[in-house]
Design a protein around this ligand. Sequence first.
Ligand SMILES: Cc1cc2nc3c(=O)[nH]c(=O)nc-3n(C[C@H](O)[C@H](O)[C@H](O)COP(=O)(O)O)c2cc1C
Length: 392
Amino acid sequence: MKMREIKKNIFKGGAIDWDRRLFDSLIPLPDGTSYNAYLIKGSEKTVLLDSVDPAMTHILLEQLKTVSHLDYIISHHAEQDHSGSIPVLIEKYPGAKVIASEKGKGMLVDHLCIPEDKIIAFKDGETLSLGDRTIKVISTPWVHWPETISTYIPEDEILFSCDFFGSHLATSELYVDDTSQVYEAAKRYYAEIMMPFRTIIKKNLEKLSGYSIKMIAPSHGPVYNEPDFIIDAYKDWISDKVKNLVVIPYVSMHGSTQRMVEYINHSLAEKNIEVRQFNLPVTDLGKLAISLVDAATIIIGTPTVHVGPHPVALNAANLTNALRPKLQFASIIGSYGWNSKMVEKISDMIPNLKVEILEPVLCRGYPREQDFDKLENLARSIETRHKQLNIL
Ligand SMILES: Cc1cc2nc3c(=O)[nH]c(=O)nc-3n(C[C@H](O)[C@H](O)[C@H](O)COP(=O)(O)O)c2cc1C
């Protein structure tokens, strides 16, 4: 696909990765992704914003076939899916300089072996004149590495936000078309990549509120020509508000923990509390992460395996701890045969979660009446807590 113009002399190029199904060797991508690069032909200087994943360099090179000269390549973010083709580009365009933040400069040297003297470090607020247009560098750290910058063209009021506001979505549409599809993809992206940096993202959003933005051009997914859609979504996700939602990631080898999960799910639903249940061995972890963005409560369900939790539940607890969702309450339920330390082990694994731990429920073997009574009590505690938060 050729580069397409989003504003006079500003083109969206890059590669659409329809087939990619896993990112960071961890997170499923049900709808693929894209690596967007933007070409700006100023009256005096020509600039490329970002590149593509190294596996797709040939697509970008094809798009640049008729571009004989590049003055600058701006690297918003040193990660390989955006900067991985820069080494090839600087060979093709030996006169081009790479622009990055000070930290980005070091990372481009470390990760991509780009010679230091090829890179110019720009400070927050510094501008680059292209003749008829200006590019302003805005430091937006931790969306999602510490070096990340956005750039802004005041003449057109376009923000190039790199990963910030991005969505893992392969689409031939230039602009956001199906908002519910993009919302889900952007929320998945936020949940997996941005959520741990919620407080810093708040500051980045405040910083951007000083700019008039007509268009957001991210480095993954389609361009937002109605930027309020994604800015408002981000404001909601980073807010302190939680929803009347209980997330239950669980695993069960022989059905005992499964029965407990079913019981508490139904009990909570009867109390008008929304429940999302995730059977971990067959779960898309991205879906779990999306639910964690808003949930008030998590219940981890696991059988005891070698005294501790099942390894799959350990993985989910570890991931949840790393993502730092704004959960308020947590509990653990599950079955054991003779001796269990899984409550202690899971509790030790989630220090980043600022949650009140509600009385866990463990049962020996298959759950019976007394176990269901304890699960009922747990459901009632959750109901009380959600009412206290005014979310039920
Ligand atoms: C590989 C394996 C290791 C286990 N290790 C323990 C253990 O260390 N302590 C214990 O109390 N039960 C242990 N159990 C027993 C299970 O916790 C018990 O069967 C439980 O009811 C399984 O729950 P589930 O039906 O939800 O899988 C083990 C079971 C398996 C299969």
